[in-house]
Structures are given as structure tokens and as C-alpha cells.
Design a binder for this molecule. Structure first.
Ligand code: ZN
Length: 223
């Protein structure tokens, strides 16, 4: 893409559509890409093995870290509490039950320290504000604020890259296509909260968002 590729970056990789697209975005931009996947008590734990496989196939150095405290901290989150079912509709004026309070705050803070130990200052995350599902820690203001906080906390020049921040799901599919990995993203990633790979279960909130974007993108390509 350009000839000013920087040296190294660390991608927070869940094995879903967004973070996997970001991993390939990073591969185009950085000489070396390291991926870090977190286990935090999520029900769809299959995503960890999928993230590992996707990273290895992309020739990306993969690391895994257990953060059991995340699910211990919050009650009432349907992504981590096995006694709750994942709602198909999100409440009108509250975060959805799939919101894990502090998740991206913890993930990116830990990723920054992890990256620093390896001489890496460029962090890549798949969060986005356009189709942000009501998660406050996916918004641009939070990311910019955290970037400043990390630099002050650790006194190093971190840069948090959010290539999907202003893309909707259809545009995220278009990016995967431009990166030449549309089929990998479509058939090999796991976005579904019910743990169904590829096009998913079709009815959980993550599947609905992903499928709607895919249909919109495919329609835009059909002539
Ligand atoms: Zn699903």
C-alpha cells in the first residue's frame, strides 16, 4: 500500500470479523504483527482456538492471556454468565446485556503493557463507533482518551489504531475484500455469540449486525 511501513504492531484478536480484518490491515501496514487473544470467561470460548488458527495461518505471532477477573467483576452480563441467555433485542435505553463493563479498558491497557515489553507502541483494535452495538468503550472519544492515559501512565508514545472506527459493517466487508481476505473473514471467523463459525446462528445480535452488513455489501456488488 505504501512504502513507509512501520516496524511492529500488536493486534487485539478475538477471532471475529472485525479484529481479524484488523489483523490483515495491520499485516499490510507493519513489518511485524503480533496478536494477543484474551480469555475472559466468554461463553463463546471457541473463539480463542479460532483466533490462534487464524493468526498462525496469517504468519502472525500469537499469544493468549487469561483474564478470569473480567467475568468475576460483572454480574448480569449474558456473554459471561451462563445462567443468562443472550437477548436478541437490545433494551431501548440501556447497554445490551452482552455489554462487558470495562472490557476494552482492560484489554487495551493490558495490551499496551504487553506490547511495551516487546518494544511495540502501535496497538490495533477492531472497535468501531458506526455499528457500535451500544458499547461505550467502542467509541472514538474513549479510545482517544485511553491513548492519552496510556501515554501518561507508562510514559511511552503509544498509538492506538482503529481502522474500523467510522466504517459500518458493509464497509468492513468491503475492506476485507480489498485486503484480499473476504472468504477467510466470511467463512473462518467467529462473530456469533452462540459460537457458530462463519455466517453464524443468524439470530443473536452479533449475527444480525454481521449478516445485515454482508447482505448490504453483496447487494452493492451485484450488477
Ligand atoms: Zn449468532
Amino acid at each position: 500500500m505504501d512504502n513507509t511501513r512501520e516496524s511492529s504492531s500488536l493486534v487485539v484478536l478475538s477471532g471475529g470479523q472485525d479484529s481479524t480484518t484488523c489483523m490483515y490491515w495491520a499485516k499490510q501496514r507493519f513489518e511485524r504483527v503480533v496478536a494477543l487473544t484474551f480469555s475472559y470467561g466468554q461463553k463463546h470460548a471457541a473463539e480463542v482456538g479460532i483466533a490462534e488458527q487464524l493468526a498462525r495461518e496469517a504468519d502472525v505471532e500469537w499469544h493468549h492471556m487469561e483474564l478470569p477477573f473480567v467475568s468475576q467483576l460483572s454480574t448480569g452480563c449474558s456473554l459471561t454468565d451462563t445462567s443468562l441467555s443472550i437477548e436478541e433485542e437490545k433494551p431501548a435505553d440501556a447497554p445490551p446485556t452482552t455489554f462487558v463493563p470495562g472490557r476494552n479498558l482492560f484489554f487495551l491497557s493490558i495490551a499496551a503493557v504487553f506490547a511495551r515489553e516487546r518494544g511495540i507502541h502501535d496497538l490495533v483494535t477492531g472497535v468501531g463507533q458506526t455499528d457500535f452495538s451500544g458499547y461505550p468503550d467502542c467509541r472514538d472519544a474513549f479510545i482517544k482518551s485511553l491513548n492519552v492515559t496510556l501515554n501518561l501512565a507508562i510514559d511511552e508514545p503509544f498509538r492506538i489504531h482503529t481502522p474500523l472506527m467510522w466504517l459500518d459493517k458493509a464497509e468492513t466487508w468491503a475492506l476485507a475484500d480489498r485486503l484480499g481476505v473476504f472468504d477467510i473473514i466470511r467463512y473462518r471467523t467467529l462473530t456469533c455469540y452462540n459460537g457458530v463459525i462463519g455466517d453464524g446462528c443468524g439470530h443473536c445480535p452479533a449475527c444480525q449486525l454481521r449478516r445485515h452488513g454482508l447482505q448490504k455489501y453483496l447487494l452493492s456488488q451485484a450488477k
